[in-house]
Design a protein around this ligand. Structure first.
Ligand code: SF4
Ligand code: SF4
Length: 97
């Protein structure tokens, strides 16, 4: 299991989580991605990012609120098919004007 970044990160870019991750497994492409993504194959479950996130966006995968359960798939998919992960975010969350 890994940690997962859910809906509150969409269009928030403070990056507090990245600063504390000891294995650099949180990524996004600036100007392209609307959220950050945790690599489930490298996350060591330390929990530091969950504590650091000011928006309450990060959860253990098994503790995700039901309405955000799909973000486990989104984060994992971004590392193999980022376009598919981005499409899921665009489809679910309209950009503000
Ligand atoms: S739980 Fe730890 S290792 Fe996993 S993404 Fe967060 S800070 Fe990085
Ligand atoms: S600290 Fe939270 S809101 Fe900020 S980039 Fe990381 S996951 Fe997103």
């Amino acid at each position: 299991m890994a940690y997962v970044i859910a809906e509150p990160c969409v269009d928030n870019n403070d990056q507090s989580c990245i600063a504390v991750c000891p294995v650099d497994c949180i990524s996004a492409v600036p100007g392209v991605d609307r959220k950050f993504y945790i690599d489930p194959s490298n996350c060591i479950d330390c929990g530091s990012c969950e504590q650091a996130c000011p928006n309450g966006a990060i959860f253990r995968a098994e503790a995700l609120p039901p309405e955000w359960a799909g973000f486990e798939w989104v984060d994992a998919t971004w590392y193999t098919d980022p376009q598919q992960a981005r499409a899921a975010i665009e489809g679910a969350y309209a950009r503000s004007a």
